[in-house]
Design a protein around this ligand. Structure first.
Ligand code: TXA
Ligand code: MG
Length: 339
């Protein structure tokens, strides 16, 4: 009962129409965006949105992002669009930026996890845009079972949802690899709720200093603003350990840990930007962009290769590195070795 539509060669108007019909009929369609794959439904259809939560196993108080294809749609979803939102949209949309704004009455509470705010993003991926254009604003979380690494390939979505949703559009590998940056614009000062595909430095160049929500740093004090932050995230089956510190020290520590765990009879995987000897190794690439693109794939892939433990090399927190380290530390359940 799952139709897999191949669109790796690019947008195909006839196939988009088919997928759009599923959305308009209240069905679920997984589709590629430039960040990760999304699991979409008509944002205004409560029944359809409820099913997203069901199939993902997502707690109902963790709100969804609504995806639009034109700026005017924002005014139908948000009751008020502050000046910063206009400036940011002008500069960064379409792209990996999500803005939290006060919601309009019509926006169902199911979609917003019971909050009086709504998160909105205009993706740049041509398939995502064509699908929205041909249907309606689409509510879509990342298309993974809750708690698992986000999908960057249609195969990941198939692994999690084949037989459980009506349609999966295969658009090949996603370009950015980590989810969008989420900024809350409902208080006096903008607040970063999730580092993501748009570097914080880029945002600050345009609207000045942005406060960072304490939960972004792993402090689970005030989670009311972004309920997603309190849940387990990005975890493969294998235990993940992150090693952070100076490059040479990290190298020595990882080698030591690999030896130690192997002596205990465990199958050890390493994901890193330098080469390592281990039972399984995944090279993450050299630049922050490459690491971001490969991160979730590496976690899923090492799991498939059956390792018991994944040792991940930490990278610098600048640019996309901020989003990468945020995901890695969560994947590790904050099991971090500092050297
Ligand atoms: O790149 C992305 O953002 C991908 C693609 C599919 O667009 N989507 C995505 O959705 O990552 P999801 O559901 O996995 O993450 C959405 C995040 C969650 O942390 C959620 O708590 C937060 O955005 N969020 C959504 N609505 C919110 C709201 N009204 N207030 C605060 N946080 C909100
Ligand atoms: Mg997600």
């Amino acid at each position: 009962m799952t139709v897999v539509i191949n669109m790796r060669e690019g947008v195909d108007a006839r196939k988009i129409k088919l997928a759009a019909r599923f959305i308009l009929n209240g069905k679920l369609v997984a589709f590629p965006t430039e960040t990760v794959y999304g699991l979409g439904a008509d944002a205004l259809n409560e029944e359809a949105v409820r099913r997203i939560f069901e199939v993902k196993g997502r707690p109902p108080d963790n709100p969804l992002i609504v995806h639009i294809s034109r700026f005017e749609e924002l005014e139908k979803l948000a009751s008020y669009v502050p000046r910063e939102a206009r400036i940011l949209a002008e500069r960064f949309w379409p792209g990996p930026l999500t803005m939290v704004l006060p919601k309009k009455e019509e926006m169902p509470l199911v979609t917003t996890g019971g909050l009086d705010t709504v998160a909105v993003r205009m993706p740049s991926h041509p398939i995502a845009r064509a699908l929205i254009e041909e249907s309606t604003p689409i509510a879509a979380p990342s298309a993974n079972i809750s708690g698992k690494p986000s999908p960057t390939l249609a195969e990941h979505v198939i692994d999690d949802f084949y037989g459980k949703i009506e349609c999966i559009i295969d658009g090949g590998e996603t370009a950015v690899g980590v989810e969008s940056t989420v900024v809350d614009l409902t208080s006096e000062k903008p607040v970063l709720l999730r580092p993501g595909g748009l570097p914080l430095e880029e945002l600050e160049k345009v609207i000045g200093e942005i406060e960072i929500h304490p939960a972004v740093k792993g402090k689970l004090t005030d989670v009311a603003k972004s309920p997603g932050m309190k849940y387990k995230h990005y975890s493969p089956n294998a235990q993940v350990i992150v090693v952070e510190g100076k490059r040479e020290d990290v190298r020595r520590k990882i080698e030591e840990l690999v030896d130690e765990y192997r002596k205990e009879g465990l199958r050890v995987g390493v994901m890193a930007t330098q080469e390592y000897e281990a039972d399984e190794f995944f090279h993450l690439g050299r630049s922050e962009e490459e690491v971001a693109r490969n991160l979730f794939k590496a976690l899923r892939e090492l799991d498939k290769r059956g390792v018991d433990i994944i040792i991940a090399e930490g990278i610098e927190e600048r640019g996309l590195g901020f989003a990468v380290m945020n995901r890695l530390r969560k994947a590790a359940g904050y099991r971090i070795v500092w050297v």
